[in-house]
Design a protein around this ligand. Sequence first.
Ligand code: HEM
Length: 186
Amino acid sequence: MLLKNTSTRFGHISVLIHWLVALAVYGMFGLGLWMVTLSYYDTWYHRAPELHKSIGIFLFIVMAVRVIWRFISPPPKPLASYSLFTRISSILVHLTLYIVLFGILISGYLISTADGEAISVFGWFEIPATLTEQGIQADTAGVIHLYFAWIVVVISLLHGLAALKHHFIDRDITLKRMFGCNPDKK
Ligand code: HEM
């Protein structure tokens, strides 16, 4: 098992966090769109938002760990075959994904705590409210939350398509690397 990234490989911690976050992002997107359609009498009317908020707090923790881990264990070098366009666009896309994801998590927190209520995380612990600007806070954060959610889904799908293009057209190890494969092994 390779924990840290090397100059040619992603270690298993980065791989695990990458796929866990990807799964959580698509799951949370579906859950978020579904829960706002529920009627008051649905059994999931309260449960779905509680689940959405609890997972969101965990996702924030995982993303914070991810950023710290990126400093402790920097990602592998770009492949020599990458064009300048690929190098620059991948940096911009990865940076945008990080920023927009944090934007979603922070705006979600601001919507949930606008009324001054703490967020209960699976009933295990609470995250207290901080900013509680009644009225405008929940509305503004709500708009940012929804638009950023769509942006992250669209950008991550394009990013996934780029990874598939590397795998099937360029036939390089970009995608395999994100599954922890060793590029030096034939
Ligand atoms: C919500 C979904 C996703 C998010 C938020 C996301 C985010 C990211 C980020 C931030 C990185 C950069 C990692 C770093 O350098 O620290 C990355 C790398 C990568 N992602 Fe994703 N990703 C998502 C989905 C996918 C999907 C669906 C695929 C493939 C089908 C994929 C394939 C890859 C690959 C191959 C890399 C490594 C690129 C390289 O070696 O430079 N990702 N992803």
